[in-house]
Structures are given as structure tokens and as C-alpha cells.
Design a protein around this ligand. Structure first.
Ligand code: PXP
Length: 256
């Protein structure tokens, strides 16, 4: 995902899952995730992210077909590490695949992937995806053992889960929020030392994005729920433009 951004700059992947959530609430053909993806591109997104869940609660197989056919931005397919999803990814060969943990009963992706406990299986799982040319990333909690395990299985990219940092801020627990930010800071630096590309995401909003965007090792943020919610009030393009501007402003403060 380097379109429209110089190397080293911070990319924005817009997650359009919840455009599909709203559509599916009525079983109508609208709002259309492909239209959202096109607007995201016009608003300065560098990529589109979509999570095809096992239960297809938002993005569907037909959405992935349509996105692959219609959009020019790179697609980052989020998925669980299951044989079904691997076959879908190998059929489509999206620009990127992000492996996430998935539990049917969860409302959203809670916690990161337990790479450390499943190294052997995941190493075999990602090998054909990498051979197919997909940039594989692993969504993990900011913990040294997960970063090390992601490195050992040969993943080129990790995405640090920012949910704990964001939730602590929403709860007004500033000490916990700052402690989570320190963990993110330390793990971003550690991952880069190991040669991993670092991404981050989950729960990011206008209010909490700046410190994450200012982590110099972070190359990409993936943001969805807040942007789709904000789109109700200001429109999707305006919401993305503002997020982009906040990210860029935070980044401008980072020494080159
Ligand atoms: N990154 C990953 C790996 C995710 O699973 C999600 C949520 O689907 C996001 C980023 C975006 O999180 P949010 O929708 O809270 O912005």
C-alpha cells in the first residue's frame, strides 16, 4: 500500500465493514461498500480494509468479489486463519491479508492472535499466501512474545492492536491509557528492530489517533468503526479527510 504516499509516510487503510453492517440491517443493496471504497480513495485513503468473518455478519463473499473487481486501491483482507479463508484469499490474491483471531460470540475483534501458541500451524498457513504475493500481517497484542513469534513464523508485517489503549481513554483511565501507549511504543520499536513492518489499528478516533500516528515505526493505520459512524454526521469523505489531516499533523512532528 504505497499509493499516494511517499515511502516512510503513514498510510491510512479505511475499513468499510460497517457500511456493510448498515446495509445488512435491512437486507437492502445499500449502502454499498464499493461506493464507500471509491469515496475513501477520493478522500485520501491509501487502501481499503475489509474483514470477511466466518459468519459473514458484515462483509460478504460477494462484497470481496465486487471490491476486487471495482477498486483501484489495494485491498487488505482481514480474516481468520482457517482453511476456508485461506482458499478465498488464494483465489483473490488481494494486496494484503491480515490474520485476526475470531470468535463467533464477540462483538468485534477482541485481543490479538495467539501467535506464540500456534507458531507451527501459522507458519504453514501463511507460506502459500506469501508465495501468492499477498503481504501477510498478523494482528497481535503489544506483547514481546507475540512480536517475537510473528517474526519467527516469517510474517513481514504486524498490526498492533490499539484497542486497550483506546478503551482506557474512553473509560477516562488516563494512567492505563498512558501505560498502554508505552507498551505500543516499546513494541513498535522492538518489532522494527526485528525487521518487521509495523501497522496499528482498532478503536482509533479523532481524539486518540495522534499519539499512535506519531509512533515513528508505524507505517499504516487501519480505521473503520469511528469513520463510518462519523460519516452519518459529516459524510464519509469529510470524516476521512479530517482523520487523514490529524494523522498527517501528528506525523509532521516526528523527526525524520
Ligand atoms: N485492524 C484490525 C485488524 C481490525 O480487526 C479492525 C476491526 O475490524 C480494525 C483495524 C479497525 O478497527 P475499528 O473499526 O475499531 O477502527
Amino acid at each position: 500500500m504505497t499509493r499516494g504516499n511517499p515511502a516512510g509516510a503513514l498510510r491510512l487503510g479505511v475499513n468499510i465493514d460497517h457500511v456493510a453492517t448498515v446495509r445488512n440491517a435491512r437486507g437492502a443493496p445499500f449502502p454499498d461498500p464499493v461506493r464507500a471504497a471509491r469515496l475513501a480513495e477520493a478522500a485520501g485513503a491509501d487502501g481499503i480494509t475489509a474483514h470477511l468473518r466466518e459468519d459473514r455478519r458484515h462483509i460478504t463473499d460477494a462484497d470481496i468479489d465486487a471490491l476486487m473487481a471495482a477498486i483501484t486501491l489495494p485491498l487488505n483482507l482481514e480474516m481468520a486463519a482457517t482453511p476456508e479463508m485461506q482458499a478465498i484469499a488464494l483465489r483473490h490474491r488481494p494486496h494484503a491479508v491480515c490474520l485476526v483471531p475470531e470468535r463467533r460470540e464477540e462483538r468485534t475483534t477482541e485481543g490479538g492472535l495467539e501467535v506464540a501458541r500456534e507458531e507451527n500451524r501459522l507458519a504453514h498457513f501463511i507460506a502459500p499466501l506469501r508465495e501468492a504475493g499477498c503481504r501477510v500481517s498478523i494482528f497481535i497484542a503489544a506483547e514481546p512474545r507475540q512480536v517475537e513469534a510473528a517474526h519467527r513464523i516469517g510474517a513481514p508485517v504486524i498490526e498492533l492492536h490499539t484497542g486497550a489503549y483506546c478503551d482506557a481513554g474512553l473509560a477516562g483511565d488516563l494512567a492505563a491509557r498512558d501505560a498502554e501507549m508505552e507498551r505500543l511504543r516499546a513494541m513498535a520499536a522492538f518489532a522494527e528492530e526485528l525487521g518487521l513492518e509495523v501497522h496499528a489499528g482498532h478503536g482509533l478516533t479523532y481524539d486518540n489517533v495522534a499519539p499512535v500516528a506519531a509512533l515513528p515505526q508505524v507505517r499504516e493505520l487501519n480505521i473503520g468503526h469511528f469513520l463510518v459512524g462519523e460519516a452519518i454526521f459529516v459524510g464519509l469523505e469529510a470524516a476521512i479527510r479530517r482523520m487523514r489531516a490529524l494523522m498527517d499533523a501528528a506525523r509532521a512532528e516526528v523527526p525524520a
